[in-house]
Write a protein that binds this ligand. Sequence first.
Ligand code: GRF
Length: 200
Amino acid sequence: MNICIFASGAGSNFQAILDAKSKGIIHSNINLLITNNSKCGAVEIAESNYIDVIHISRKVYPHLDYVQYLNLFISALRKYKINLIVLAGYMKKIENEIVREYKNRIINIHPALLPSFGGENMYGINVHNAVIESGVKVSGLTIHFVNEEYDRGKIIYQKCVEIDDTDDAVSLQKKILNYEHESYPEVIKRIENGLIKIGD
Ligand code: GRF
C-alpha cells in the first residue's frame, strides 16, 4: 500500500508507524505527509526520514475557492497513488468529497472508547479531562474509518486501558498514547494482511 499520513501535532503516532516499518512489522510505503501546520513535530519527523511533506492550510491559500482548495488534497493523493490515508493527530475535518473518494480508506485514531467521548471538541487533553470528570474506570483507544461525521465512522479496533485512582488527565493521556503506538501499526498490519478490508 501507499500511505499518506495526515498530522498536525507532535507526530508520535507517525513515528511509531515509521518504527514499525523499519522493524519489518509493516511493509507499506509511507509516501507522503499532509499537514495544516508547517511547524509541527510531524514535519520534522517526515523531513528527517526523507518523506515528502505537503502543507495545505486555508491560511496559505486564502484566495482559492472551495473546489480549488479541495483539489490540492485530491491531486496530491492521486500523484502519490495513495490507497490508505492514516490520520495521526490531524486537527482538521476531512472534506466530504475526500471521504467519498477514499471511502473506507481513511483511518483515524482516537484516544478514548468511541462512541463515548468523541465529537467536534473532543481532542487532545479535552478527551482525557472529560473521561476523568465522568468517573468511568476504563478508557482506551479507538481506530475507526472516517466518514462525514466527527468520530462516527465504523470502528475497526479498540483497546481498553484501566484508569487508576491516581490517574489524572495527563497521566491517562500518556498511558493511552503508549498503547496507541502499538495499536496503530497493528491495524495497518491487519489491513496489509487482508484481515481488515479497506475500500468498497
Ligand atoms: C493522539 O492522542 C491521537 O489519538 C489523537 O491525536 C493524538 C496525536 O498525537 N488523534 P501524536 O501527534 O501522534 O503524538
